[in-house]
Design a protein around this ligand. Structure first.
Ligand code: BGC
Length: 253
């Protein structure tokens, strides 16, 4: 199937610290105008987050499809896991919660999946066939598996067991902060994680994302793994762009 990528859609990226949104031009994957960001309310309950999402969207003169991404598994619009966010999200229907506040149909997906979709179509994964894995190093480790440009959603391989621990507690960017690790030390952990992942999945490319990929020179050259590496290109906006793309594709099916 040839996916038509024209027109625009609105993408919203729900994160632990910020909620960002903007209108995306789907022919280029670029934002039309500026994005708008608000701090994530604390506690980040579904009702409080929905109000903030409405405020973000309210800054735009836009009606149409909305894509919303979330840092947990989203199945059939319902949040299944909440590793790094308020536990009350588990079992919440993200699509219905947001649709009540937004002027258009809502599609919901995992945050890393949104970022991976955006990178695969418009960024570092463009033109790559085979299995491409996006790894976002942030508060947690997010994974998106893309095969021939198509997303295989909700892979939670950031929680692989590494030396008896949940990998993200050792190798996420937050572990570097929390434990005050040097770039060298943290890169060893990230390498170990990538090696475990490549031994299971044998991807053709890793795309490295998350906030820490804004400073790739500090750590990417230190990584040791067999899979070719590419640094994310859409960095700050990957979630917004991928969510908008998912919303647009949902209107085509
Ligand atoms: C969650 C994933 C999410 C990742 C990045 C992990 O803790 O389980 O669903 O994609 O963090 O936010």
């Amino acid at each position: 199937m040839v996916i038509e990528r024209t027109g625009k859609a609105f993408g919203i990226d729900i994160g632990g610290t910020g909620i960002k949104g903007g209108v995306v031009d789907l022919s280029t994957g670029e934002l039309i105008g500026d994005r708008f960001r608000k701090d994530t309310p604390q506690p980040a309950t579904p009702a409080a987050v929905a109000d903030t999402v409405a405020e973000v969207a309210g800054n735009f003169d836009y009606k149409g499809p909305f894509g919303v991404d979330f840092p947990g598994v989203v199945l059939g619009g319902v949040v299944q896991t909440a590793a790094n966010v308020d536990a009350s999200w588990k079992g919440t229907n993200l699509v219905e919660t947001m649709a009540a506040k937004l002027p258009g149909p809502v599609t919901a997906l995992n945050d890393a999946d949104a970022a991976g979709l955006a990178e695969a179509r418009y960024g570092a994964g463009r033109g790559h066939n085979g299995v491409v894995i996006m790894v976002t190093f942030g508060t947690g480790i997010g994974i998106a598996i893309i095969h021939n440009g198509q997303l295989i959603p909700n892979s939670e391989l950031g929680h692989l067991e590494l030396d008896g621990h949940d990998a993200e507690t050792r190798a996420a960017a937050s572990a570097k902060e929390r434990e005050g690790l040097s770039w060298e030390h943290w890169s060893k952990r990230a390498s170990k994680y990538l090696q475990a992942l490549e031994n299971l999945m044998w991807p053709e490319l890793f795309i490295l994302g998350g906030g820490i990929s804004k400073k790739p020179d500090k750590w990417v050259p230190l990584l040791k793994c067999r899979t070719p590496l590419a640094v994310a290109q859409l960095i700050n906006n990957a979630g917004i762009v991928g969510a908008a793309l998912a919303a647009h594709e949902a209107t085509l099916t």
